[in-house]
Write a protein that binds this ligand. Structure first.
Ligand SMILES: Nc1ncnc2c1ncn2[C@@H]1O[C@H](COP(=O)(O)OP(=O)(O)OP(=O)(O)O)[C@@H](O)[C@H]1O
Length: 287
């Protein structure tokens, strides 16, 4: 089965809402992929996440995990939420314990691990997320960016099969954005965790994702590899969404005549490397 999660023709309107937040949406998350979810404020990204981890039940349509339909029973949902880790956009919604270490240990204790195992995993997470110095700090004394990292650590320590990240880089500075992406890369490489990241950062989506979804007004309007999605410039522009800077630069350079041997760069470093290759090859051809 290629899909870890499937959503078929799902609709949902909030109580008192006029427009549906999800409007007959069909979306499948490919196993082991890093997926980005793009779309304007209010297009339904958070509502989608809350359906995937079973907090909301759709009014219409079906959800499947590993090809099996969701069951809205307490025991099923508890198990589902161990497999689907959700990092909220606003860390205030996520942090519950007094100190940083206690907060990270919360899910592990609930999963029934021994005290020694919990302590070992918490120590490891504190180091991995650069939080060791803050271990005994009361959560309400942290900066927003620090809270965000604690929330991430508390979810990642549970090693979910699907990691849902709602704007994970919001409130993070450059250094901590880089550290977060490195951490996601390690988890993805070592554990094959499937990831779905909602983001407004188109350049980040282009650099990071293997698969991109674009939502608009509760519907899925585009999906595919980053190349496939960002080639649909007219559709994106109609929704007032931009194309990644590097994608634009590469199109403008138009080096397609160059034997097709140059790989489309996803990062500034890759662009530099491809341009150097191009310059060397050109020099050789010119004699
Ligand atoms: N608790 C709620 N009650 C009523 N309406 C809601 C509620 N939460 C969200 N909505 C509405 O549902 C729609 C989808 O909201 P949602 O939060 O899913 O969007 P989003 O894509 O995550 O937005 P953002 O990028 O701003 O986080 C919006 O029109 C929003 O106003």
């Amino acid at each position: 089965m290629a899909w870890l999660f499937e959503m078929e023709d799902v609709s949902y309107t909030y109580p008192g809402g006029i427009e549906p937040a999800l409007d007959h949406i069909t979306l499948r998350i490919p196993r082991r992929k890093r997926c980005a979810l793009l779309g304007h404020n209010g297009c339904g990204k958070s509502t989608l996440f809350l359906h995937i981890n079973g907090i909301y039940q759709p009014e219409h349509g079906d959800l499947k995990w590993n090809g099996e339909p969701y069951l809205y029973r307490r025991s099923y949902l508890a198990e589902l939420r161990r497999k689907v880790g959700l990092v909220f956009q606003d860390p205030e919604q996520q942090l519950i314990a007094n100190t940083v270490a206690e907060d990270i240990s919360y899910g592990l204790c609930n999963a029934g691990m021994s005290d020694a195992e919990v302590a070992r995993k918490v120590d490891e997470a504190l180091v991995r997320f650069g939080l060791d110095d803050l271990r005994e700090r009361p959560v309400h004394h942290l900066s927003l960016g620090q809270k965000k990292r604690v929330a991430l650590a508390g979810v990642m320590v549970l090693r979910p099969e699907l990691l849902l990240l709602d704007e994970p880089t919001a409130y993070l500075d450059r250094l901590h954005t880089k550290l977060l992406l490195e951490e996601l890369e390690t988890i993805h490489r070592d554990e094959g965790t499937t990831m779905l990241m909602a983001t407004h950062d188109i350049d980040l989506a282009y650099e990071w994702a293997d698969w991109v979804f674009v939502m608009h007004k509760g519907r899925l309007v585009l999906e595919g590899t980053p190349e496939e999605v960002f080639k649909r410039r007219e559709v994106l522009e109609e929704m007032q969404l931009s194309v990644p800077l590097l994608f634009d630069v590469w199109e403008a350079l138009d080096l397609s005549f160059f034997n097709g041997t140059l790989k489309r760069p996803r990062t500034a470093a890759e662009l530099r490397y491809q341009l150097e290759r191009y310059a060397t090859e050109n020099k050789r051809k010119m004699g």
